[in-house]
Design a protein around this ligand. Sequence first.
Ligand code: SAM
Ligand code: DTB
Ligand code: SF4
Length: 349
Amino acid sequence: MSLDPARLGTVRSDWSREEVRALLALPFADLVFHAQSVHRRYFDANEVQVSTLLSIKTGGCPEDCAYCPQSVRYDTGLDREALMAVDEVVAKARAAREAGATRFCMGAAYRNPKDRDLAVILEMVRQVSDLGLETCATLGMLTPAQARVLKEAGLDYYNHNLDTSEEFYGRIVTTRSYQDRLDTLSAVREAGINVCCGGILGMGEDAGDRAAMLHTLATLDPHPESVPVNQLVQVEGTPLAGSAPLDPLDFVRCIAVARILMPRSHVRLSAGREAMTDEMQALCFLAGANSIFYGEKLLTTGNPNVDRDLALFDRLGIRPEQRPAVVPESARGSRDACPAREPAGGSPA
Ligand code: SAM
Ligand code: DTB
Ligand code: SF4
């Protein structure tokens, strides 16, 4: 087996599938130890980035993603809504900022955005950015030209998930291909927007599929800056409702492997937290997760309420990560003094 512990902690995109499989199969304590060690070389282990999500266009999506309550093909009791007005979105963003979020993610149930709708979304991006928040959008497939205008409007991140392995993808979505996803990711990267890309666990995939997805993410060059790891939220009416629940420790394993493979990326403990115990979330943070969605709602389903998250942060001694531009001088001094941590953009000796 080709796993060399001395090589863990370097940022590289040439991981083999075998290495990823070997990491996933490590004894749990060894895996979490390696993940936490890598995490501390690149991040303050007690800081978590906090993003708030808003569904700016809900329901009625023509795609057939088997997990998704917003597909027009499944009866999930969700009403189809029009694109929200710019002012409403900006008011929600302001409230998210007041509650402590540093990034605001706008999600739309589109296969791809029409240019007419994109013009409205560009204005949302401009105004949310003017509030001092980082901006993120997830609007489905983009052309290179659409990615470029989003960048010009001030979009910082674009979320576009691979969801699972290429091999398993056809069991989950038939209305687009894995290559379509990769093409949009290239357009986003080419436009100079940070990439937010991850997947969903608990859809009936096996350990090989999880390894394959993590391998695809970790061989993107450069790695996605943000890697959301979602646990399937089972929604009545979708084909995946009633799927066998995932072993929580397998979820933690994937977080740990993502952390080791992509040391400089934020790994987001994403959908599914409402169903997780505090202890499970603590294990995920220990395994290197350092970002969450914060606020009572994801897109259409629930998320832990703010009081529960603040209490959890308090119990664990976690601080919300500040945007670099607003880190106070005093805090910056103490972060730089941490000998185990690499400066942003650096790589370990
Ligand atoms: N329509 C766009 C797209 O698919 O790219 C953007 C919105 S879509 C809801 C964003 C992501 O949410 C999906 O790629 C999927 O990974 C995640 N997601 C959707 N439904 C989910 C569920 N029930 N549980 C976990 N994650 C889910
Ligand atoms: C991501 O990876 N997870 C978020 C965000 N990107 C857009 C979405 C989760 C959606 C969960 C189901 C729902 O609330 O509709
Ligand atoms: Fe549409 Fe996105 Fe849901 Fe798929 S995941 S059905 S593309 S909203």
